[in-house]
Design a protein. Structure first.
Lengths: 386, 463
C-alpha cells in the first residue's frame, strides 16, 4: 500500500501542468482517487465535511443493484434450461446466466467509461462517478440475447447524446440508462420485442422444446392471454422471462430497502410512483372492458419493468424533479402513465420506460410550478403586510 | 429540580414553541467542561477588519501609537460614524496586511493594567435613542448589532422592524450560552433595556425548549420570549427570523447575541468599553476543554499553553461549520464565543470510499457509524472526496429548515440572476444557514461562498 502510494507520488508530477503526460491528468486523477481518497483539506467554509462523497453514494446504488443482478443471472440460466427442457442444478443455472450476462456488463462499462474518460480529458474535468451506476443499469434492462455490438452502440448513444452533449453528469435531461434502452427499442424494434430475445438460446433455436414460447407476462397480457399470466408468486419472486434484472420484484425490493435506508434514494418518488400505478390500475379495473384491464392493480406493479423503473430509474436525482413536492407529482405521474401506456397502447407493451422518459422531460416544468408557488407565497407575505 | 421544571413548563405554555424538524446535530469530541477559568494574561490583542462584512477600513492609528481600551483604531469608509476601537490599552505593534494590501489585523500589545476611555453615561434611563446610538458608535460597541439581510453591521439610520436575540447555540461543540450568562443577569437586563429603545418593534429573545433556560433569560423584561426545539440550525438567528418574522424585500431586522448585550449593559453601567467575555475552548485536540474568561480579540497562544495535543492541528476561531481558520498564535474573532481545535486531515486513505467507516461521520447512512447514533466523533479537515458536478438533489433539503429551495437559490446565484435570487428568498438567508448544506454535499461544493457572493451581489444592486 505504502509502496503504491510512493509510486503514485513519484509519477504524479508527470501528470500535472507542464508534465510529460499533462494530457492524461484527469485519467490519472480518476485512478488515483479511486485507490486513495485525496488528501485535500478544507480551505474555506466548513472545516469538516461529511464522509460521504459521490463515489460512496454511487457504490451504494451499485450495491443495491446486486440482488437484482445475481437473481437475474440465475434466472437467465433457469429460463434457458426451462426452454430446452433440461434439468439443471442451481449452480448450473447461475453459471449459464453468469457467462451470458458478464460480457454485456463488460461491454457496457468499457464503452461507457471509455467515452466518459475521453470527455473528461477533453474538457479538463475530473471523471464523474455517475457512470458506475449507469454502466450497471444498462445490462439489467436489456434482454439477455441482445448482440454485444448493440450494447456498445446503445451505451455510446446514451453517454454521448444522452449526457455529454448536455454538458456531462449532472446536466442531462434524460436518464442515460433508459436512453440506451429507448435507443435500441426504436432503432432495432424487431430485436427488442417479440418472444425470442428474452430467453438465452432461443434466437439460435437449438434444442428448444415446442411447448416453450418464451413470451414475457407483459407480452401475454398485451395479447389478451390473461389466463396465461404466471402465478403471482412467480412474478413476485421473478421466475419469469424478461429483461435481465427486472424480473424479480423481491430482489428489487431488497435494493429499494438499501437505497431508502442509506438515504441515497428518494422515498417520495418510489412511493408516489407505486401509488400512481395503483391508482391507474384501479381506474382500469373499474372501467374494465377487456381482460387486460381486469388485471388486478397490484399485479401491474410486478409486471415488466415497473418495479425496477420505480426504484432505480425514476429516482435518478439528476433527471427527476428536484423539489420535494415536485418529486411526488413526478413519481405519481410516472406510475399513472406507465400503466396507462402499458394497457391502452398496444404498440408499446412496456409503458414504464416511456413514462419515465416522458416525465424526465416534464420534471423541470413541474419544478418550475412548485418554485413559482413558493415565490408567490413570498410575494403575498409582502402584500399582507402592506 | 422539580420547581425549575414546573416553572419552565409554565413559561413554555405562555410562549410559542417552534419545532425545527430538518437539520443535523454533529456530535464531536471535545465539548468544554462546565468550569470557567480565568485565562492567562494575553500579551497581544487584535481587531480584524475581516470579521466585519462589507466594510472598508480606514486606519486612524499607526504602529507605535498608544491607545486606551475604547480608543478608535479604524472606521468604515462607507459609514464613517461606525468606529472600531481597541479592546485593551497599550501600544499598536503591527498592522498586518494581506493580498492587495487589505488590512487583516491591527495588533495591540496590552498593558498589564488596562486603562479605559470614559464615556459619559449618566442617567442612562433618560437617554434618547440618538444619544444611545451615539455612545454605542463612539465606544466602538455599535458593531455588535448586525442586520439581516446581508449580515452587515446595522446602519444607525435605520429603524428595524424587530430585534432578534438567539440565546442558544446549536453548532457543533457550541458553548452553553445559558451557562455563560448565569452570573450576569443584571447587566443582561440593562443591555436589553438599552436595545429596547432602538426599535419600535419587538425584541425577540429565542430560547431552547429542550432544557430549562437560564434565569437571566426567563426573567428578562421587555422581550418576547420564543422557544425553539430541534437539531442545528435551530439556534441560527436566520432560521428563527424565518419562522417568526420573515424578512421581505425592504425589511430590516437587527440581531445580536447574549454576551454582546452584556457588553452593552456594562458600557451603560460603567461608561467603559469592556469587552470581557467567556469563550469555550473546544475540540478533540484540546487536552482539557474548558470555558475561559478573556478579553475580546485575545491572542490564543497563551490560552492554549500546554493544553494542546501534538500533531498538525487546525485552529478555528468559532465553530467547525462557520468559524475562521487562524494560526496557533492568531486572534479570537470579534463575534466568536469559541475556539475549536481539530486535527488537519492531510492524508491519503487507501480505498477510503469503500471502507465500512466506523469512525466516519455522515448524515447519510452509507457508513457503519450509523449503528452508533450517540457516538462522539473526532473529525478532521479532510474533504473526503473531490469536487463534482451537482448530482444529489435530496441532500440539502434534509438539513435546511426554511421555506426556501436551497438548490434553486444557489443556481440563481451562480447565474447571477439577482431578480430570481430576490424571488427565491436571498434576503432571508446567510452563509451560516447553508453551512450544513455545505457539510453534507456529496459533490463537495463550497455552498457558503456561493451564498456570500449572492448576498454581496444583491447588496451592491440595492445600494
Amino acid at each position: 500500500m505504502k509502496s503504491l502510494r510512493g509510486y503514485l507520488d513519484k509519477i504524479k508530477p508527470k501528470f500535472e501542468k507542464g508534465g510529460k503526460f499533462e494530457k492524461f491528468h484527469s485519467t490519472f486523477e480518476a485512478f488515483e482517487s479511486f485507490m486513495f481518497v485525496p488528501d485535500t483539506v478544507t480551505t474555506k467554509g466548513t472545516h469538516i465535511r461529511d464522509a460521504n462523497d459521490m463515489k460512496r453514494t454511487m457504490t451504494v446504488v451499485v450495491l443495491a443493484l446486486v440482488p437484482a443482478l445475481l437473481f437475474g443471472m440465475w434466472n437467465v440460466g433457469n429460463q434457458h434450461f426451462l426452454a430446452t427442457g433440461q434439468e439443471a442444478s442451481f449452480w448450473q443455472s447461475f453459471f449459464t446466466g453468469f457467462i451470458s450476462v458478464l460480457p454485456i456488463i463488460v461491454v457496457s462499462y468499457v464503452v461507457g467509461l471509455g467515452i466518459e474518460f475521453a470527455f473528461a480529458q477533453y474538457r479538463g474535468h475530473e471523471v464523474n462517478e455517475g457512470f458506475l451506476v449507469t454502466g450497471m443499469l444498462i445490462p439489467l434492462v436489456l434482454p439477455v440475447d441482445v448482440p454485444l455490438w448493440m450494447v456498445a452502440l446503445a451505451t455510446a448513444f446514451a453517454v454521448i447524446i444522452g449526457k455529454e452533449v448536455f454538458g456531462g453528469t449532472g446536466m442531462n435531461i434524460f436518464n442515460p440508462a433508459l436512453t440506451a434502452r429507448a435507443f435500441l427499442f426504436f432503432a432495432y424494434p424487431s430485436y427488442m420485442s417479440g418472444n425470442e430475445v428474452w430467453t438465452h438460446g432461443m434466437i439460435k433455436g437449438e434444442g428448444i422444446i415446442d411447448s416453450f414460447t418464451g413470451a414475457t407476462p407483459l407480452a401475454e397480457a398485451a395479447a389478451g392471454n390473461i389466463d396465461k399470466l404466471p402465478s403471482v408468486s412467480d412474478m413476485f419472486f421473478g421466475f419469469i422471462p424478461g429483461s435481465i434484472g427486472e424480473t424479480s420484484t423481491l430482489a428489487i425490493l431488497i435494493g429499494a430497502a438499501i437505497l431508502l435506508f442509506t438515504g441515497v434514494g428518494s422515498a417520495r418518488i418510489m412511493i408516489s410512483t407505486v401509488v400512481g400505478g395503483l391508482v391507474m390500475g384501479l381506474i382500469l379495473n373499474i372501467f374494465a372492458v377487456n381482460p387486460y384491464m381486469e388485471v388486478p392493480a397490484y399485479q401491474h406493479l410486478m409486471l415488466g419493468g415497473f418495479a425496477f423503473g420505480a426504484v432505480f430509474m425514476a429516482t435518478d436525482p439528476v433527471s427527476a424533479a428536484q423539489t420535494a413536492k415536485g418529486k411526488i407529482i413526478y413519481g405519481f405521474l410516472i406510475g399513472f402513465l406507465a400503466i396507462l401506456i402499458r394497457v391502452l397502447n398496444p404498440a408499446y407493451p412496456e409503458g414504464m420506460m416511456l413514462a419515465i422518459l416522458l416525465m424526465n422531460v416534464f420534471a423541470p416544468l413541474i419544478d418550475h410550478y412548485v418554485i413559482e408557488a413558493n415565490i408567490s407565497k413570498r410575494l403575498k407575505r409582502v402584500k399582507v403586510q402592506e | 429540580m422539580f420547581n425549575i421544571k414546573v416553572e419552565s413548563i409554565e413559561q413554555l405554555s405562555m410562549s410559542k414553541v417552534i419545532k425545527i424538524k430538518r437539520g443535523l446535530d454533529i456530535n464531536l469530541l471535545g465539548a468544554a467542561e462546565k468550569i470557567i477559568k480565568k485565562a492567562d494574561f494575553a500579551e497581544y490583542y487584535a481587531v480584524k477588519p475581516t470579521d466585519f462584512k462589507g466594510i472598508r477600513p480606514k486606519l486612524v492609528v499607526k504602529t507605535g501609537d498608544k491607545v486606551k481600551a475604547g480608543s478608535p483604531l479604524f472606521f468604515d469608509k462607507y459609514h464613517p460614524e461606525v468606529q472600531f476601537t481597541s479592546p485593551v490599552s497599550g501600544e499598536i505593534t503591527a498592522i498586518n496586511r494581506g493580498d492587495r494590501r487589505v488590512i487583516e489585523e491591527v495588533v495591540i500589545r496590552s498593558d498589564t493594567k488596562i486603562e479605559y476611555e470614559k464615556f459619559s453615561v449618566e442617567n442612562s434611563k433618560t437617554l434618547t435613542r440618538d444619544e444611545i446610538i451615539s455612545i454605542l458608535l463612539k465606544s466602538g460597541l455599535w458593531p455588535v448589532i448586525r442586520q439581516r439581510p446581508y449580515s452587515t453591521i446595522a446602519n444607525p439610520k435605520d429603524n428595524p422592524k424587530s430585534i432578534f436575540i438567539s440565546a442558544f447555540d446549536t453548532t457543533p461543540l457550541a458553548p452553553d450560552m445559558d451557562f455563560i450568562v448565569k452570573e450576569e443577569a443584571t447587566l443582561f437586563q440593562k443591555g436589553i433595556d438599552i436595545l429596547s429603545r432602538l426599535t419600535t418593534g419587538k425584541i425577540h429573545l429565542n430560547l431552547n425548549a429542550d432544557y430549562p433556560p437560564a434565569e437571566a433569560y426567563t426573567r428578562a423584561k421587555g422581550v418576547q420570549i420564543n422557544y425553539f426545539t430541534g437539531p442545528h440550525p435551530a439556534g441560527n438567528v436566520g432560521v428563527q427570523i424565518n419562522k417568526i418574522d420573515p424578512i421581505n424585500k425592504g425589511d430590516i431586522i437587527w440581531y445580536t447575541y447574549p454576551q454582546e448585550i452584556i457588553a452593552i449593559g456594562r458600557l451603560f453601567e460603567k461608561g467603559i468599553y469592556d469587552v470581557s467575555k467567556i469563550i469555550a475552548l473546544t475540540g478533540s485536540e484540546v487536552l482539557h476543554p474548558v470555558y475561559l474568561k478573556i478579553i475580546n480579540g485575545a491572542c490564543i497562544k497563551s490560552l492554549l499553553k500546554n493544553n494542546i495535543k501534538a500533531g498538525e492541528n487546525r485552529f478555528i476561531s468559532g465553530n467547525v461549520l462557520t468559524g475562521t481558520k487562524i494560526l496557533n498564535q492568531g486572534f479570537i474573532g470579534f463575534y466568536d464565543n469559541q475556539v475549536t481545535i481539530i486535527p488537519e486531515g492531510k492524508y491519503h486513505e487507501f480505498f477510503g470510499w469503500a471502507l465500512p467507516g466506523i469512525k466516519k461521520f455522515s448524515a447519510s447512512r452509507t457508513f457503519i457509524s450509523w449503528l452508533m447514533p450517540h457516538k462522539k466523533f473526532k473529525l478532521d479537515t479532510n474533504m473526503h472526496g473531490g469536487h463534482r458536478a451537482f448530482v444529489m438533489t435530496n441532500d440539502y433539503d434534509k438539513v435546511f429548515p426554511m421555506d426556501i429551495y436551497p438548490v434553486h437559490l444557489i443556481k440563481a446565484i451562480m447565474a447571477e440572476d439577482i431578480e430570481l435570487m430576490e424571488k427565491l428568498g436571498i434576503y432571508e438567508v446567510d452563509e451560516e444557514d447553508f453551512a450544513l448544506c455545505e457539510f453534507v454535499c456529496t459533490s463537495k461544493i463550497d455552498v457558503q461562498s456561493i451564498i456570500r457572493k449572492g448576498l454581496d451581489l444583491a447588496r451592491a444592486e440595492m445600494s
